[in-house]
Design a protein around this ligand. Structure first.
Ligand code: HEC
Length: 118
């Protein structure tokens, strides 16, 4: 009986560990969108990472103003994605600047799922 529960505990631990290291399909979709590069109006390459960087746990730097942007990872900057108005405003502005159009609801959901998982 004891041995059986030990095996069960080990299995549960393994399941928890793999759940942590793997992304959900939606978050993975968000990651792809986050790093997707498009050609800007002036032939420059643009992505969300242009200002936010590729490592979400590190601060980013605004491409034009060079202002510091706090890390996007929710685990590092807990205040992130708490204000729906702020989230909507920056999605609108940044999607337009980066991709030349607004992001779809589905894209926003995937990207948020990725950013919050980090
Ligand atoms: C030209 C620079 C720049 C680019 C490129 C950029 N962002 Fe941002 N982003 C900012 C700035 C500046 C802020 C506001 C400052 C802050 O929240 O730290 C911000 C904030 C955000 C926020 C709000 C975070 C919160 O705390 O609620 C989201 C969401 C976001 N960006 C998503 C994106 C996505 C998605 C892309 C790519 C499509 C992108 N950004 C590309 C500069 C940029």
């Amino acid at each position: 009986m004891h041995q059986y529960s030990l095996v069960l505990l080990v299995l549960l631990g393994l399941a928890a560990a793999s759940a942590q290291s793997e992304q959900t399909p939606t978050a993975e979709q968000g990651r792809q969108l986050w790093i997707k590069e498009v050609l800007g109006a002036k032939g420059d390459s643009r992505a969300c990472t242009t200002c936010h960087g590729t490592d979400l746990t590190q601060a980013g730097e605004h491409q034009r103003t060079h202002k510091l942007i706090e890390p996007m990872a929710k685990s590092v900057t807990p205040s992130r994605y708490e204000d729906p108005k702020k989230v909507a405003k920056w999605f609108r502005r940044n999607c337009k600047w980066t991709w030349g159009r607004e992001c779809t609801a589905e894209e926003k959901r995937a990207i948020l799922s990725y950013l919050k998982s980090q």
